[in-house]
Design a protein around this ligand. Structure first.
Ligand code: UD1
Ligand code: MG
Length: 457
């Protein structure tokens, strides 16, 4: 059983290459801030506590998930200075050190590193790989018997000997330290190029009799650090692939994964099929056996079992079981479509409740409207919910049938089983079971065509 550990996430770098007013580690990868990926991985691996190193006033603390402790790096540059900033916050036990700009680190890798650290009774354990182009990374110099002697930084390679530059094994910046060995060693590390390097601690720890271990991984993907927006794209793409694979293994079919976007927090039930060009964003929850897309966007929406949402755009909407949305529907915040209802082609709905089994099939706008169960709205039924100053509600009872081109001037109430005549502008309530007609009466002008012909002679 690996020991309990604290995760320390370094996130106080400058991030200037992002060319952004947003701190680097708050840039989203698949909808979730980079640093949150690292926090989640640490927690999943069993961290008892997560501490994040930030710069005072950089806004990162405000963007962290709940329950993460903050240590401020007031002074100094470099990874060693970052870790020293947490000295008063993380005082003992095993400390896993991670970087806030490495969103692809996995719980599995942290787990394995902690297990190795514990099994080896090490003072420090370093995650390494030989599967990367080593340029710019710290190289692992192994001494007698393969023990780690030191790490050579190669950010400024001019003074680095050729035999050290030839080393393929590099430091991935993910470590486990015993706090009792870490801080005393850091006190001994001097400045290089104006920075205090965390990697300067290893020879000190060895000299003090501590064991320094390196664990080699073949999965170099987790080393992908984001320094600029090109790196952000690369991380996003890999994270997206992981998300889709996770859902696929849980029973979701993606017809064209390369055109599909699913953000990190979305949940999808088994036997759901996601068609080409579909984007599932934010806190969206999709039930089992749904059909989404092609070309559907769901943001913060909830779709119940067996519903179909085709070629549509939904924001903060609820769709009931077996309901059918689209093609070409726009559901705006506060829309609830109950079980078995249909919202069809070129229909916009806002802050409305569409009853079970009701149908709004074509060319409608419903704002602030309650539609009763089993109602059927004729094509181009439109609500006038806004009088220029205030919004008002429209209420259509159960099994109401509106004729085509019905305008409903809110506030207005159409009783259960009532009808409206085609082309009506309904501005007064229609009682239960009645027919409301409100349109100009038709007048036929006899012999009109003959008169036009006569006049044009
Ligand atoms: C570091 C390692 C290098 C390793 C590489 C892997 C050191 C000296 N070198 O180099 O051996 O191969 O990672 O990616 O550690 N940070 C702070 N405060 C600071 C400076 C940095 O919090 O003052 C944070 C950054 O936000 C970042 C992390 O520390 O999350 C790593 O810093 P970075 O400057 O990227 O180190 P590298 O040069 O990549
Ligand atoms: Mg880096």
């Amino acid at each position: 059983m690996p020991p309990p550990f604290t995760a320390l996430i370094m996130a106080a770098g400058q991030g200037t290459r992002m060319r952004s007013s947003t701190p680097k580690v708050l840039h989203p990868v698949c909808g979730k801030p980079m640093v949150e990926w690292v926090v989640d991985a640490a927690r999943e691996a069993g961290a008892v506590r997560v501490v994040c190193v930030v710069r005072p006033g950089d806004g990162v603390a405000e963007g962290l998930p709940e329950g993460v402790d903050v240590a401020e790096q007031h002074e100094g540059e470099g990874t060693g200075a970052a870790v020293l900033a947490a000295r008063g916050t993380v005082t003992d036990g095993a400390v896993v050190i991670l970087s806030g700009d490495h969103p692809l680190v996995t719980p599995g890798h942290i787990d394995a590193l902690v297990a190795e650290h514990s099994a080896q009774r090490a003072a420090a354990t370093i995650l390494t790989t030989d599967q990367l182009d080593p340029t710019g990374y710290g190289r692992i110099v192994r001494g007698e018997g393969g023990a780690v002697a030191r790490i050579v930084e190669t950010k400024y390679p001019d003074n680095v000997p050729a035999d050290e530059l030839a080393i393929r094994e590099v430091n991935l910046g993910t470590y486990v330290f015993e706090a009792s060995a870490l801080y005393p060693a850091l006190d001994e590390v001097g400045l290089e190029h104006g920075e205090r390097y965390l990697t300067g601690t290893f020879p000190v720890i060895s000299a003090q009799g501590g064991r320094v271990v390196a664990q080699l991984t073949q999965h170099a993907e987790i080393a992908l650090g984001v320094n600029d927006r090109a790196g952000l794209m690369a991380a996003d793409q890999l994270a997206q692939r992981r998300i889709l694979e996770r859902h696929a293994l849980a029973g979701v079919t993606f017809l064209q994964p390369e055109t599909t976007r699913v953000e990190a927090d979305v949940t999808i039930g088994p036997d759901t099929t996601v068609g080409p060009g579909t984007t599932l964003l934010g806190a969206t929850v999709v039930g089992a056996a749904c059909e989404l897309g092609p070309h559907t966007t769901l943001r913060d929406s909830r779709i119940a079992e067996g519903a179909r949402v085709i070629h549509s755009y939904l924001v903060d909407a609820d769709v009931g079981r077996e309901a059918i949305i689209g093609p070409f529907a726009y559901l705006r915040p506060g829309t609830v479509v109950h079980d078995g209802a249909k919202v069809g082609t070129f229909v916009e709905v806002k802050n409305s409740d569409i009853g079970a089994g009701a149908k709004v099939p074509h060319l409608s706008y419903l704002g602030d409207t309650d539609v009763g169960d089993k109602a059927n709205l004729g094509a181009s039924t439109i609500t006038a919910n806004y009088d220029g100053r205030k919004k008002h509600r429209t209420k259509l009872g159960k099994s109401v049938k509106t004729g085509i081109h019905t305008s409903l001037v809110a506030p207005v109430d159409v009783g259960d089983r009532a009808y409206t005549g085609a082309g009506s502008t309904i501005s007064e309530d229609v009682p239960e079971g009645a027919l409301g007609i409100a349109r100009a009466k038709q007048k036929n002008v006899e012999g009109y065509a003959d008169r036009v012909e006569e006049d044009s002679k």
